[in-house]
Design a protein around this ligand. Structure first.
Ligand code: HEC
Length: 116
C-alpha cells in the first residue's frame, strides 16, 4: 500500500505535469488545403448548387432554375461577380455568391464548364 506521502508526491507530480501542459503554446492549427486546390474540391463546392441547379448543374426538365452545366467558366464567373457586387437582380444568389471567394468561384465555374 502506498504511503500518504508517496500518494501526495504522485498527486503533485500529476499537478506539475498538468501545469506544464497548460503552459505549452496551443498547437498550430492543422493545415487544410483550400477546397479549390484539392482534386475533389470544385465538385464538392458545386454540390452546394445542386439543390436548385441540379446534380452536376443539369436541371430537371421543367425546372424554374437555369442549368449551369456547359456554360463557359467566363460567363459563370462574370455572373457570380455581378451577384456578389449586387449589380444583378437576385432573390437568393446575392447571398450564395458571397459565400465563395473569387478563387472558389473560378474553380466551380471551371467544373460546370466541364459538365456536358
Ligand atoms: C437555393 C437555390 C439556389 C442555390 C443553392 C444556388 N442557386 Fe444559383 N440561382 C438560383 C436562383 C433562384 C437564381 C435566379 C436569380 C435569383 O433569384 O437569385 C439563380 C441564378 C444563378 C445564375 C444565373 C443564371 C442565369 O443564366 O441567369 C448562376 C450563374 C447561378 N445561379 C450560379 C449558382 C452557383 C454557382 C451556385 C452554387 C455555388 C448556385 N447558383 C446555387 C437559385 C440557387
Amino acid at each position: 500500500m502506498k504511503s500518504p506521502v508517496s500518494r501526495a508526491a504522485a498527486g503533485l507530480g500529476a499537478l506539475a505535469a498538468g501545469l506544464a501542459m497548460a503552459q505549452q503554446p496551443a498547437p498550430p492549427a492543422p493545415a487544410f488545403a483550400p477546397a479549390h486546390l484539392t482534386g475533389s474540391g470544385p465538385r464538392n463546392m458545386a454540390m452546394a448548387c445542386a439543390p436548385c441547379h441540379g446534380t452536376q448543374g443539369k436541371t430537371a426538365e421543367g425546372s424554374p432554375f437555369r442549368p449551369l452545366a456547359g456554360r463557359t467558366a467566363g460567363e459563370t464567373i462574370e455572373i457570380m461577380g455581378q451577384f456578389k457586387a449586387g449589380t444583378r437582380p437576385a432573390t437568393v444568389m446575392h447571398q450564395i455568391a458571397k459565400g465563395f471567394s473569387d478563387d472558389e468561384i473560378a474553380a466551380i465555374a471551371a467544373y460546370f464548364e466541364s459538365q456536358r
